[in-house]
Design a protein around this ligand. Structure first.
Ligand code: KG4
Ligand code: ZN
Length: 341
């Protein structure tokens, strides 16, 4: 079975992973998160330099953990987009260099297809058809997946403004919590009451787009509440109430999409799928609706190299033709195909 080296550099995580036949042999990850914290968000130039510095040792660490060598690699998969162009560029150049030097094919892949494919490493082959909820720092989409790498991906709905993760990051900043905001809010919310403040559930009215999302109004509602509040800010209650609004909205729409599209499986992936309340509420609602919920382990929900190796492995096993070596990066590209060629 072919061995795939996967490389991810689309944002602030430098990841490498080695996958063979749906099995993760080893991976390694470095993050420049701490370098961005004082700016409250990812600085593209800092991210790019950090990737450049970290990538060779991260790739080597993945090989060491997997117990294989460069000569064993049969194909290289690399994120070609979407993402920060300065950051994607570094990984794509490295992927091309490895592919050329090793004399193996290169697969430029869609970052979000990697988020979906990574669940294969945790829970085995994907079903023939499922509804997928991708919730990350840059994207929020409800999709119908048939064969992830062979078929066109159908979008049921997307966010019309902020992504779910972006809302976590912005609300965290309002509350004086560190970047990245998602894990910080998740932690702060543990001591809070999710019913303390009734924040809006955006786009859940009868005339709203059933599978569309909007998080900018929710973020503004939190900002207004914080502005109007006198005295010490009840950070835990605000965090828990905001998190509840996001978890409620995401899980409600995802379950409705499964029902409407006769899908018996919901695949929930991306950084926000690491959120404890999003996971718990979605699991509860799926169980009530008789839907099988698949969510990767939290460490595989956020960006990593294994997910790119995982989608590369599916592409290679499906016998799809590789990307040309002069493939360009695509900083903005809708997920309709796993392969970017
Ligand atoms: O998928 P990801 O690692 O990168 C992108 O492709 O964007 O997602 C990062 C996003 C960030 O906005 C981060 O705050 C959020 O995922 N995130 C979380 C949690 N862990 C990461 N959001 C809520 N709860 C978490 N535990
Ligand atoms: Zn991501």
């Amino acid at each position: 079975m072919p061995l795939i080296l996967g490389i991810e550099t689309s944002c602030d995580e430098t990841g490498a992973g080695l996958v063979r036949d749906g099995v993760l042999l080893g991976d390694a990850l470095a993050s420049s998160m701490d370098e961005h914290a004082r700016f409250g968000g990812v600085v593209p130039e800092i991210a790019a330099r950090a990737h450049l510095e970290a990538l060779p040792s991260i790739v080597r660490a993945a090989f060491d953990r997997a117990g294989v060598g460069f000569a064993d690699v049969d194909a290289v998969a690399v994120t070609a987009g979407p993402g920060l162009s300065t950051a994607v560029q570094v990984g794509l150049a490295a992927g091309k260099a490895y592919a050329l030097a090793l004399g193996v094919p290169l697969y430029g892949v869609h970052h979000l297809a990697g988020h979906a494919a990574v669940d294969v490493l945790d829970h085995g082959p994907l079903p023939q058809r499922c509804v997928a909820l991708i919730v990350s720092g840059g994207h929020t989409s409800l999709l119908v997946l048939n064969d992830l790498v062979r078929d066109e991906i159908v979008h049921l709905g997307d966010t019309c403004d902020d992504a779910a993760g972006e809302a976590f990051d912005k609300v965290a900043r309002l509350l004086g919590l560190p970047y990245p905001g998602g894990p910080a809010i998740d932690r702060a919310a543990r001591d809070g009451d999710p019913r303390a403040i009734a924040f809006p559930r955006p786009l859940t009215g009868p005339r709203d787009a059933a599978y569309g999302f909007s998080f900018s109004g929710l973020k503004t509602a939190v900002a207004r509440w914080v502005e109007r509040h006198d005295g010490p800010l009840p950070v835990a209650d605000v965090a828990a109430s905001f998190q509840e609004a996001v978890a409620d909205t995401l899980s409600r729409k995802a379950v409705a999409a499964c029902r409407a599209h006769q899908a018996d499986t919901l695949l929930m992936v991306g950084g926000v799928a690491a959120n404890s309340r999003v996971r718990a509420l979605t699991a509860q609602r799926c169980a009530e609706a008789g839907i099988t919920l698949r969510v990767p382990a939290p460490r595989l929900c956020t960006d990593n190299g294994a997910m790119i190796a995982a989608v590369g492995d599916l592409l290679v096993r499906a016998g799809l033709p590789p990307s040309p070596l002069d493939i360009g990066m695509q900083p903005v590209v809708t997920l309709t195909r796993a392969l970017i060629s």
